[in-house]
Design a protein. Structure first.
Length: 246
């Protein structure tokens, strides 16, 4: 048998594999036989095949029996029978074909789990970072809702105001004739009130002079010339050019 690719292991390590022991030395042996790095769960899958491979290459190991009683005594007894070291070859590719599929599947699942764990860790970090702002966010959301309600109310008020202002859009029309008539009535009443007061004073003066002077004074009071002239109006010119027509 060619020595190419072979490796020498201590007999204690190989006996540990036969007895089903775990440890760094046994893990190293299993990795060598499978020609790949193995995780703990992968070692459990490889160990039975590695043990069978060991028996097929070195039938003397099948005579070791169970490690009953004191393990160290059992190892010492087997080393006395088999030697202190053993040269081993890796498991052949043909023998590993079936187990490699399982190992690849386990590795893929582990990678997925690792990715998910990283993602979860990242999310947990974000939650931890944002937790202090949770109360603030809730308060801001509440204030936002209140503001939105106020805006809706104001929009309603604006809509109602627009409806009320709609009839007044553009320039408000002014009825100048109506205003002129009102002013004319006011002035006319003032003139008439002033004329009513005149006969009293004139009568006193006429009595002092005697005769029918008072009666003669009353005639002009009935004359319509004492009222507001028909030409009264905005734009009309009177003696003073004040624009009121009198």
């Amino acid at each position: 048998m060619s020595d190419e690719g072979r490796r020498v292991f201590k007999m204690e390590t190989v006996l540990g594999l036969v007895a089903g022991k775990a440890g760094a030395d046994v893990s190293d042996l299993l990795g060598y036989l499978a020609q790949r790095a193995l995780a703990t769960e992968e070692e459990a899958a490889v160990a039975p095949m590695a043990k069978g491979w060991l028996y097929s290459q070195n039938p003397a190991f099948m005579q070791c029996g169970e490690a009953e009683g004191n393990y160290d005594d059992w190892v010492k007894k087997q080393c006395g029978r088999l030697g202190d070291n053993v040269s081993l070859q890796p498991i052949s590719a043909a023998e590993l074909a079936g187990i490699s599929v399982v190992l690849d599947k386990i590795a893929a699942l582990k990678a997925t789990v690792a990715e998910q764990e990283d993602a979860i860790a990242g999310l947990e970090a974000q939650v931890k970072e944002l937790t202090p702002f949770k109360g603030q966010a809730a308060d801001l959301e509440k204030k936002l809702g209140q503001s939105e309600q106020k805006v809706q109310g104001l929009n309603g008020d604006i809509a109602n105001l627009k409806k009320e202002l709609a009839p007044f859009n553009g320039k408000v029309a002014i009825d100048e004739k109506e205003i002129e008539s009102s002013v004319k009535d006011i002035v006319s009443r003032a003139v008439k009130d002033a004329l009513k007061a005149l006969p009293v004073a004139a009568a006193g003066a006429a009595a002092a002079e005697g005769g029918d002077a008072a009666a003669g004074f009353d005639a002009p009071a009935e004359d319509t010339s004492g009222g507001v002239p028909d030409t009264f109006g905005f734009g009309a010119s009177g003696a003073s050019d004040d624009g009121f027509g009198f």
